[in-house]
Design a protein around this ligand. Structure first.
Ligand code: ADP
Length: 692
């Protein structure tokens, strides 16, 4: 790829980057959304698990407390309590332990606070005062059954237990003692269906002071009342939190619920990594999808970029083709709006391409018909091609284009439909400047009319005088000679005309060659004067010799010029014969030759009819004659000065004219002098010294 990428390719790459960014943002958003929903789902699970466990624990404890109350309400039991017979009390404790296996031990405690009996037997505690213990004080004060906090037993196996206690009353309702039973922390776990959870989590039961009954932190001494979850549940709330839990490593996700009526707490805890698992899977899936999308996008972009490159190369080819066409080309859509122009069209119309593209063809370009009327779009041949699908072309020089600078040009126009398959898209219009063709055409017609006129005049003379000679035997010698002279002059005129035509044709076809060498201007002028001067005005008999009118002024010692001698004679002859032709009879014609720095200037000066400025500007063009009676009455083709100018220029010289109507004209030409050494030679040959 080239270092500077085309704008379309850069756009495609930007689109790819955008697409990938969108996928990344959407993916991240998805992961965050999934994480948050996954988290709330897992948290809700924790909470409901904690809630279920707390309900199970509350109802199990309540039913055991109920059972103990019912036993304590038994009348015969009150008798045993009041009699205070140790053996009976021990028996009742043992019997209850035997019948109700859900309890670890049973105690019979007197209203005074003395522990009267315990089963399984523990002689060390019998007779001890337990009145200071919270459960005793509570039951005696409230008269209601009570569940204690976590307590450490003194005797082995020194289990962590909770004590359930219920008052025993006599027939008058007086509390005569307390029936107490212990449940070990370890069996609380079985009440809630076990404490181990999947994912390495656990259920932990805390008492009303935050002591753990189960798990690695179990004990009656350490309180976890300030831990996340425990504190909230102790305050009566249900919910989930993240934080550390004693005995477990790292951050834990904690679901918690209070246990009704006991003031206890159940906590469900799991490693917070449980949140990460499903999220990681989701992230991986999304990354895979993102990668697939990115690869697909990259593929599409590469394909689009290659298509665009191809398209652009094609466009450049068409652009180069359009630019290389010498004729004005434009494409127009169905509505007549210009889509594209080539440089030749811009040069032809004088509008820069921005001036035409995007505008209506008929509004942007002023095209006029033969009568000078603006051509509306519907009538234009561009519309015929764009709408009807025809190939149309103009003929002749009737169509004119007004350029941006106001100049009007004759143009030829071709319009062809622009198709894509069967669909018509608009038209291609080709405009061609036909000014030159029209000029050539006009030249041709003027050539035909001039030549036929110039041929006809001498031919008529030849015909007339020859018929006269043939039909009239009695014509005297003088008249017969005049007739022959006329025939001779006409034949010469015809000869000159044909010579001129041949010269023009050879000049135009580039066949005419010049043979340059050192030429002495005086010799040339002398030869012209000799030839021109030998002719007379009017007929030979009565005419004035031209020689009488010619005045020659050649600067003495004028160096030789570099020229073609015969052609220079032809040129000066032509200027001199024009000067004689277009001056009144008898008026002098001066031929002046002088040195102007490294040029020789030859001027032919007359006092004749002269020319206007406009005429001067055109005299050197083919078939140009001033349209005036003084000119018309003299025969001529309008080719002489064209030939003169061409010949002078072929000899690296220049020719010009200064003139004033009625006063006369000066036709002057300048030619380079021969280079010094050659010139020296020329003078040496002539036995002359070059003047300084
Ligand atoms: P031709 O003399 O055959 O018409 P030229 O090419 O020699 O053709 O001259 C062109 C025209 O220039 C003449 O027809 C005439 O109108 C004008 N012209 C040429 N020479 C002179 C001149 N010396 N004085 C006035 N007009 C001239």
């Amino acid at each position: 790829m080239s270092p500077k990428r085309p704008v379309e390719v850069r756009l495609a790459i930007a689109a790819l980057a955008f697409l990938v960014a969108v996928v990344a943002v959407l993916g991240t958003w998805q992961v965050l959304a999934a994480r948050s929903s996954q988290r709330s789902e897992i948290e809700a699970g924790e909470v409901s698990e904690a809630h279920l466990a707390s309900s199970a624990l509350a109802s199990a404890l309540a039913s055991r407390l109920d059972l103990l109350s019912n036993l304590a309400d038994n009348v015969s039991l009150s008798t045993i309590f009041t009699k205070a017979k140790a053996a009976e009390q021990a028996t009742i404790a043992r019997t209850l332990h035997l019948i109700y296996p859900g309890f670890a031990s049973f105690d019979v405690i007197a209203a005074s606070g003395r522990l009267d009996a315990r089963w399984p037997a523990e002689p060390a505690v019998v007779g001890k005062d337990v009145s200071s213990q919270a459960f005793f004080a509570n039951v005696m004060r409230s008269g209601k059954p009570y569940i204690s906090q976590a307590m450490q037993q003194n005797a082995p196996p020194k289990e962590l237990v909770t004590i359930l206690a219920a008052p025993v009353r006599d027939t008058s309702g007086r509390i005569v003692g307390i029936l107490a039973a212990s449940i070990p922390g370890s069996s609380l776990a079985s009440l809630i269906g076990g404490t181990m959870l999947r994912d390495g989590g656990a259920l932990v039961v805390f008492d009303q002071f935050g002591h753990a009954f189960t798990g690695p932190g179990a004990g009656a001494k350490q309180s976890f009342a300030t831990l996340p979850g425990v504190a909230s549940a102790l305050a009566g709330r249900t919910g989930a939190e993240t934080g550390t839990v004693p005995g477990y490593s790292g951050q834990r996700l904690v679901g918690y619920a209070p246990v009704a009526s006991t003031g206890w707490v159940v906590v469900v805890e799991e490693p917070s990594a449980v949140l990460a698992g499903p999220i990681a899977a989701l992230t991986e899936r999304l990354a895979a999808i993102g990668l697939a999308v990115a690869l697909l996008a990259a593929g599409i972009v590469a394909l689009v970029a290659s298509l665009l490159r191809k398209l652009m190369r094609e466009r450049e080819r068409v652009g180069a083709l359009m630019a290389s066409v010498g004729e004005g080309v434009a494409t127009i859509d169905m509505d007549g709006v210009v889509q594209l122009t080539n440089p030749a069209m811009d040069a032809l119309t004088g509008w820069p391409s921005s001036g035409l593209v995007g505008k209506k063809w008929a509004e942007a370009l002023d095209l006029y018909d033969q009568r000078g009327n603006l051509i509306p779009w519907e009538e234009s041949i561009a519309a015929q091609a764009a709408i009807q699908g025809n190939v149309v072309a103009t003929t002749g020089y009737g169509l004119h284009l007004a350029r941006a600078d106001g100049q009007r040009l004759p143009v030829a126009m071709t319009a062809a439909p622009l198709r894509a398959g069967n669909d018509l898209l608009g038209a291609v219009v080709v405009l061609r400047d036909v000014s030159r063709e029209r000029e050539v055409d006009q030249l041709k017609s003027s050539l035909v009319s001039t030549v036929s006129h110039e041929l006809r005049t001498p031919l008529t003379m030849v015909q007339g005088f020859s018929e006269l000679l043939l039909s009239r035997q009695d014509l005297g010698e003088k008249r017969s000679r005049e007739a022959v002279e006329q025939i001779h002059a006409s034949a010469q005129r015809l000869g000159r005309l044909i010579d001129d035509l041949l010269s023009v044709s050879r000049i135009d076809s580039g066949k005419l060659r010049v043979d340059l060498g050192a030429v002495d201007v005086r010799e040339v002028v002398d030869e012209v004067v000799k030839v021109a001067g030998s002719q007379t005005e009017g007929t030979l008999a009565q005419g004035v010799l031209f020689a009488d009118r010619l005045v020659v002024e050649v600067a003495p010692g004028l160096p030789a010029v570099l020229a073609d001698r015969d052609k220079l004679v032809q040129v000066v002859m032509n200027l001199v014969s024009n000067a004689l032709k277009y001056s009144p009879s008898g008026a002098p014609v001066r031929i002046v030759a002088e040195r102007k720095r490294d040029h020789a200037e030859i001027s032919v000066i007359d006092q004749g009819i002269g020319m206007t400025e406009a005429e001067c500007a055109q005299v050197f063009e083919k078939f140009t004659r001033a349209d005036r009676p003084e000119v018309r009455k003299v025969s001529g083709t309008g080719l002489g000065l064209y030939i003169t100018k061409s010949l002078v220029e072929m000899q690296h010289g220049q020719v010009w004219v200064r003139s004033e109507p009625g006063k006369g004209s000066v036709f002057a030409l300048s030619l380079p002098l021969t280079p010094e050494p050659e010139r020296g030679e020329a003078f040496a040959l002539q036995g002359m010294k070059e003047p300084r």
